[in-house]
Design a protein around this ligand. Structure first.
Ligand SMILES: *[C@@H]1O[C@H](CO)[C@@H](O)[C@H](O)[C@H]1NC(C)=O
Ligand SMILES: *[C@@H]1O[C@H](CO)[C@@H](O)[C@H](O)[C@H]1NC(C)=O
Ligand SMILES: *[C@@H]1O[C@H](CO)[C@@H](O)[C@H](O)[C@H]1NC(C)=O
Ligand SMILES: *[C@@H]1O[C@H](CO)[C@@H](O)[C@H](O)[C@H]1NC(C)=O
Ligand SMILES: *[C@@H]1O[C@H](CO)[C@@H](O)[C@H](O)[C@H]1NC(C)=O
Ligand SMILES: *[C@@H]1O[C@H](CO)[C@@H](O)[C@H](O)[C@H]1NC(C)=O
Ligand SMILES: *[C@@H]1O[C@H](CO)[C@@H](O)[C@H](O)[C@H]1NC(C)=O
Ligand SMILES: *[C@@H]1O[C@H](CO)[C@@H](O)[C@H](O)[C@H]1NC(C)=O
Ligand SMILES: *[C@@H]1O[C@H](CO)[C@@H](O)[C@H](O)[C@H]1NC(C)=O
Ligand SMILES: *[C@@H]1O[C@H](CO)[C@@H](O)[C@H](O)[C@H]1NC(C)=O
Ligand SMILES: *[C@@H]1O[C@H](CO)[C@@H](O)[C@H](O)[C@H]1NC(C)=O
Ligand SMILES: *[C@@H]1O[C@H](CO)[C@@H](O)[C@H](O)[C@H]1NC(C)=O
Length: 644
């Protein structure tokens, strides 16, 4: 078995031009598991999914700070700092510091059987798990974006420190060709984990055995017992195998003294630590210096502008003197630091140079529209939005939200030079829904796709309305703020006008003609129901393919008044007249279209309290979706089934 594997590895080494050195390393034993099986059914004693931890060591040069480790595992710095006994602002650590990284462990079925095909005459990328068997393996699904030079092997053995193996990565990413990873592609890294059985300890910490470890030292380090460890893992304690350490409580990691299983040699460590501390302090110093400098600079500038600003604000008429942007006037240094560090925890802070490089100095040709640019950062495409200081309000709102149907904020950049704030988002490949509906050059969307988009948007809105405290109102839902990804799934973008807080009154009417709810225009009432109204208009656009406001200024929503009055036949005739011609040619979608029209009309009710909530809307749309699939069995595509 071992020779077969070394052969496979040699093959791999050749493929990736490995140094002979790393090849010889793989011979002293390579982790060769494809994963740990699990069963997650109701009758099982195991409690999938669960929250657990992976043991990770800081490593030079790339993984010495909580930020980069957090980014790798998609968790915040704070989420690592707390269980790891690291004082939070201390984000730069010495090499080999022990950390506990929180992961969500779930039981996932993968296609194929789990014995890797180690037939040496088969080339590496022909590794072919059987397509009609499925096995469940437990892992934490970590999303990773491929950058130049990445290979599954290097990533699993270095960045992920053998918490996964390339065999397993291959199985979980059947769509990616391991020898031809394209930069910017998304890979899922299965970080091994296990959930405890109901009678067991509270956690199973994922740990990779180090050459200097023995079971006694590991058990004592984690405050577990040898027997329990053997019970869970069997007797294989070869170096670099993953084991699961049962503990009833998290071990308290000591970050200052030399940790036994982690290091075999003290002197080098301590030097590293001193250097690490030096670097840490240096970075903190620089950051503090920058912040103070920034603040002093802003303060000066504001003194000059204060009068002008005050006049401006009166004009805007925003009532209640609400806190301005992150760097609003009168903000003291502490507040400023707190605000930024809050974001630092969750987001990457980009340097202005990095953004300039990505966009050729904000060159015209990188403009997506308005002040939104696209650019490659670390090999991946991103959308970069430039705005003025007070637009950092959007940052505050986006900090609170995280949902698959909302465009994801990756980070931000503050440029004190020209008082601009830049937000860096994920790039959504297929552009806006508006362009798909109204641009004659594009293929027409099928009703199924449109319905799916409506459900995605409704899900995203339901999330911002129901799962944020205080509630967030988007205030600018329209087809051009709905973006479509590569598989035509929708994401809501542009929280630039969004407001935290429900049932507020504003005198400052913003938004887009054609989508604005009447009560908002007349009385300035801001509530989640104004988003419901705008969503109703988007539904009309989806059904009709027409614009929310036409060339003559006629409102789309006004044109459907009374459309659902009369007998079934009359109604259907009227709706057919309103529908996008392309949809008329599709068979069997009429019933679903009528349902959506009914919903749209309800959303457009003049009385906001009579409009349905997003929760009702999601429910109704999903029902409509089912109905549609019931009647068009043949049109059922696998993706749409799995999406449900
Ligand atoms: C590789 O797998 C085989 C069984 O499949 C096992 O006997 C062997 O110990 C494994 N090697 C290592 C280094 O884990
Ligand atoms: C992962 O395992 C390989 C052996 O397969 C070893 O050479 C490498 O050093 C390990 N990586 C880490 C970070 O321990
Ligand atoms: C649940 O899992 C157990 C253990 O894997 C298996 O024996 C049993 O048949 C499963 N039950 C169902 C309903 O799938
Ligand atoms: C900060 O990190 C350094 C380097 O790892 C460590 O020596 C120091 O104890 C840490 N300080 C706190 C307060 O955690
Ligand atoms: C390895 O694969 C080749 C080609 O698929 C096949 O001819 C050969 O019999 C296989 N060897 C083993 C030991 O399975
Ligand atoms: C797997 O599918 C193929 C055809 O797709 C079939 O011939 C074979 O019997 C299947 N194997 C098993 C184990 O079901
Ligand atoms: C991993 O998570 C992503 C979303 O975060 C999901 O799209 C993907 O299907 C997941 N993969 C597996 C194998 O669970
Ligand atoms: C690698 O992938 C790219 C696109 O993903 C493709 O154009 C190219 O032909 C592939 N190269 C090889 C050698 O398969
Ligand atoms: C669950 O844990 C208990 C105690 O550790 C053990 O005796 C039992 O065999 C475990 N059950 C399963 C299904 O692993
Ligand atoms: C385990 O390692 C420790 C030192 O790290 C040593 O004192 C102990 O004897 C070792 N135990 C075994 C069983 O090898
Ligand atoms: C937590 O870390 C601090 C230094 O970072 C250390 O002084 C303290 O002993 C650690 N706590 C425990 C219980 O080890
Ligand atoms: C520590 O490393 C030095 C060289 O770096 C070596 O001479 C010494 O023997 C090592 N000590 C231990 C305990 O391994």
């Amino acid at each position: 078995m071992r020779t077969k594997h070394s052969l496979l590895l040699s093959l791999l080494s050749l493929l990736f031009f490995f140094l002979p050195h790393s090849h010889s390393q793989s011979q002293d034993g390579s982790p060769n598991t494809t994963g740990y099986t699990c069963s997650a059914n109701q009758s099982s004693v195991f409690t999938y999914p669960c929250q657990t931890y992976a043991f990770y060591r800081t490593r030079a040069p790339n993984f010495l700070d909580l930020g980069s480790i957090g980014d790798l595992f998609s968790v915040s710095r704070l989420q690592i700092a707390n269980p790891s006994n690291v004082t939070f602002p201390n984000t730069t650590l010495a090499p080999n510091q022990p950390l506990l990284v929180p992961i969500s462990c779930s039981c996932n079925s993968v296609a194929g059987n789990l014995t890797p095909n180690a037939n040496a005459s088969l080339s590496y990328n022909e590794f072919n798990p059987s397509p009609n068997t499925t096995t469940s393996i437990s892992y934490a699904n970590i999303t990773y974006t491929i950058v130049a030079g990445d290979t599954f092997f290097l990533l699993s053995t270095s960045s992920f420190q053998n918490l996964t193996t390339y065999y397993s990565v291959e199985i979980v990413n059947p769509d990616l060709v391991p020898t031809n990873l394209s930069i910017g592609a998304t890979a899922y890294f299965p970080v091994f984990c296990k959930c405890p059985n109901r009678t067991q300890s509270n956690f199973l910490i994922t740990y990779v055995i180090q050459p200097e470890d023995n079971i006694t030292s590991v058990a004592s380090f984690f405050g577990s017992s040898e027997n329990l460890i053997v019970e869970v893992n069997g007797n294989n304690f070869d170096p670099y195998t993953t084991i699961f350490i049962p503990v009833s409580k998290l071990p308290v990691l000591s970050q200052t003294s030399v940790v036994t299983p982690v290091s075999s040699n003290g002197t080098k460590e301590d030097k590293g630590k001193v250097i690490g501390l030096g670097i840490g302090l240096g970075i903190c110093g620089i950051l503090l210096g920058l912040l103070i400098g920034l603040w002093v600079y802003r303060e000066k500038k504001w003194k000059k502008r204060e009068l002008a600003r005050e006049r401006d604000e009166e004009k805007l008429g925003e009532k209640g003197g609400k806190v301005k942007g992150v760097f609003g006037k009168g903000v003291d240094l502490n507040l400023l630091a707190a605000d930024v560090s809050d974001c630092l925890d969750k987001y990457r802070v980009f340097g202005i140079e990095e953004l300039r490089a990505a966009t050729d100095g904000f060159d015209e040709k990188w403009v997506i529209h308005g002040s939104v640019y696209k650019g490659y950062i670390d090999g991946g495409l991103h959308a970069i939005k430039r705005m003025k200081w007070n637009a950092c309000e959007e940052l505050k709102i986006l900090q609170k939200v995280n949902h698959g149907n909302l465009v994801k904020l990756e980070g931000f950049c503050i440029d004190p030079e020209d008082a601009n704030c830049y937000l860096v988002y994920e790039y959504v490949e297929n552009g806006s829904l508006s362009s798909w509906l109204h641009d004659v050059k594009k293929d027409k969307l099928s009703w199924k796709t449109r319905l799916r988009i409506a459900i995605d948007v409704a899900n995203g809105l339901q999330y911002v309305h129901e799962h944020t405290r205080p509630r967030v109102v988007h205030k600018d839902i329209k087809s051009s703020n709905i973006l479509l990804d590569s598989s035509m799934r929708a994401k809501i973008a542009n929280f630039g006008l969004a407001k935290s807080g429900h049932n507020a009154i504003t005198m400052h009417i913003v938004g887009t003609q054609g989508y604005l709810a009447p009560e908002y225009i007349s009385d300035g009432v801001v509530s989640t129901k104004m988003d419901v109204f705008s969503f109703g208009v988007v539904l009309l656009e989806l059904v009709s393919g027409r614009e929310a406001i036409d060339g003559e200024g006629k409102l789309l929503w006004k044109s459907v008044e009374g459309i659902l009055e009369g007998t079934e036949e009359v109604k259907e005739t009227k709706v057919r007249g309103f529908m996008d011609g392309v949809l008329l040619r599709e068979t069997s979608s009429m019933e679903s279209v009528m349902n959506v029209m009914g919903l749209a009309v309800a959303c457009l009710h003049r009385d906001p309290s009579k409009r349905p909530s997003m929760v009702d809307i999601v429910y109704t749309l999903c029902k409509s979706d089912e109905l549609f699939f019931d009647v068009s069995e043949d049109g059922l595509s696998p993706r749409q089934v799995s999406a449900r």
